[in-house]
Design a protein around this ligand. Structure first.
Ligand SMILES: C[S@@+](CC[C@H](N)C(=O)[O-])C[C@H]1O[C@@H](n2cnc3c(N)ncnc32)[C@H](O)[C@@H]1O
Length: 280
C-alpha cells in the first residue's frame, strides 16, 4: 500500500538512528524542559523507528500517537515496540511500555495524512515529529502541516528528510543520469500531490518561519560502508526500480549501474533534520 515494507524500514533503522544530528535532539530536549508528561504525535510512523530513536532522549512519562495509513506497518510497529521495551502490556487499543525506567503509552491511528492532518494532530500535542516523511509531501501539504502544528503551538521536529545529494564510490559513468532520473521520480505524486523531494526541508523552513517559529536545520547523512552491504544493495535496487519507472535512462545503462552498485564499496546519501520552535 505505502510502498515501504517493514523489512526495508528495519534494514535502515540502525543507520537512521546513528545519522540523526545529536545537537538538534539535545536542543529539542532543552526546549521541552522538565515536565510531568509529554504528548507526541509521530506522522508517517511506519514500524515505530522514530519513537525508538527519540523517546529515550525526551523527558517522561510520555504519550505517543503513531499515525500511518498502512495497517501492516502499524502492526509491525506494535510488535517491534513491544520487543524493544523492557516491559510491554496492552491497555485497551494502546500499548503501555516501560524502557529505561521511562513510562511510554503508545496509541496507533490509521489515517491518510494527505487529507487527515487536523484529525491526526488532535487537540494539541506538545510535539509533532516525523522521520523520513516530508520529501514525499507536496509544498502545499507541508504548509498545511505547519499551519496545523502552529495553530496548536506545538514544537516540531522532522528527521532524515532526503536532500537530493548522493555520492557513490567508486564513481560510475551512469551516476549523474541515474541521480537526475531518481530526482524526477522523487518529485512525482506520492499521495500528496507533486512531491517536494529534495526541496522539502526548505519548504518546511519557509512554512514554519512564516508562522513565527525559530527554525534550525542540520545535516544527517547516511554514510554507508563495508558493514552496510545489505542496505547499499537494497538502496541500489530501490533507486534502479524508481529510475526504470521514469523511463529516462536506457535499460542497458540502468542494469550496468545496478550491477556495479549492488556491491558498491561505499555511499553517502544526504538528509537534513529540522527543529522548529515557537518563539516565546
Ligand atoms: C520512509 S517511511 C518512514 C517510516 C518511519 N517514520 C521511519 O522512520 O522508519 C514513510 C512512512 O510514511 C507513511 N505514509 C506515506 N504516505 C502516507 C499517507 N498519505 N498517510 C499516512 N502515512 C503515510 C508510509 O506508510 C511510511 O510508513
Amino acid at each position: 500500500m505505502s510502498g515501504f515494507s517493514a523489512d526495508w524500514l528495519l534494514l535502515r533503522e540502525p543507520v537512521d538512528h546513528r545519522s540523526r544530528d545529536a545537537g538538534l535532539v539535545a536542543a529539542l530536549r532543552d526546549a521541552l524542559g522538565s515536565r510531568d508528561s509529554l504528548s507526541v504525535v509521530d506522522l508517517g510512523a511506519g514500524a515505530g523507528s522514530n519513537l525508538r530513536a527519540l523517546a529515550p532522549s525526551l523527558p517522561g512519562p510520555q504519550r505517543w500517537r503513531l499515525v500511518d495509513h498502512d495497517p501492516a506497518l502499524i502492526a509491525a510497529a506494535r510488535s517491534r515496540l513491544a520487543s524493544w521495551a523492557d516491559a510491554a502490556a496492552p491497555e485497551g487499543e494502546s500499548l503501555r511500555l516501560e524502557r529505561d525506567g521511562r513510562a511510554i503509552l503508545v496509541s496507533f491511528a490509521r489515517a491518510d495524512l494527505a487529507t487527515g492532518i487536523e484529525a491526526a494532530l488532535g487537540d494539541g500535542p506538545d510535539l509533532v515529529t516525523a522521520a523520513a516523511l516530508f520529501d514525499l509531501g507536496a509544498v502545499a501539504w507541508i504548509d498545511a502541516v505547519a499551519a496545523a502544528v502552529a495553530a496548536r503551538g506545538a514544537l516540531f521536529y522532522a528527521a532524515l528528510t532526503y536532500d537530493g545529494t548522493e555520492a557513490w564510490t567508486p564513481p560510475h559513468p551512469a551516476d549523474a543520469a541515474m541521480l537526475a532520473a531518481f530526482h524526477a521520480h522523487q518529485r512525482g505524486d506520492k499521495g500528496f500531490g507533486p512531491a517536494a523531494g529534495p526541496d522539502a526541508t526548505a519548504a518546511l523552513r519557509q512554512a514554519f518561519e512564516a508562522r513565527g517559529y525559530e527554525v534550525r536545520t542540520a545535516q544527517s547523512p547516511w554514510i554507508l560502508g563495508a558493514s552496510d552491504a545489505a542496505l547499499i544493495a537494497a538502496l541500489a535496487e530501490g533507486a534502479a526500480a524508481a529510475v526504470r519507472e521514469t523511463g529516462l535512462v536506457a535499460e542497458r545503462e540502468v542494469a550496468a549501474w545496478l550491477a556495479a552498485r549492488r556491491s558498491g564499496a561505499s555511499c553517502a546519501v544526504g538528509h537534513l533534520d529540522l527543529l522548529a520552535l515557537p518563539r516565546r
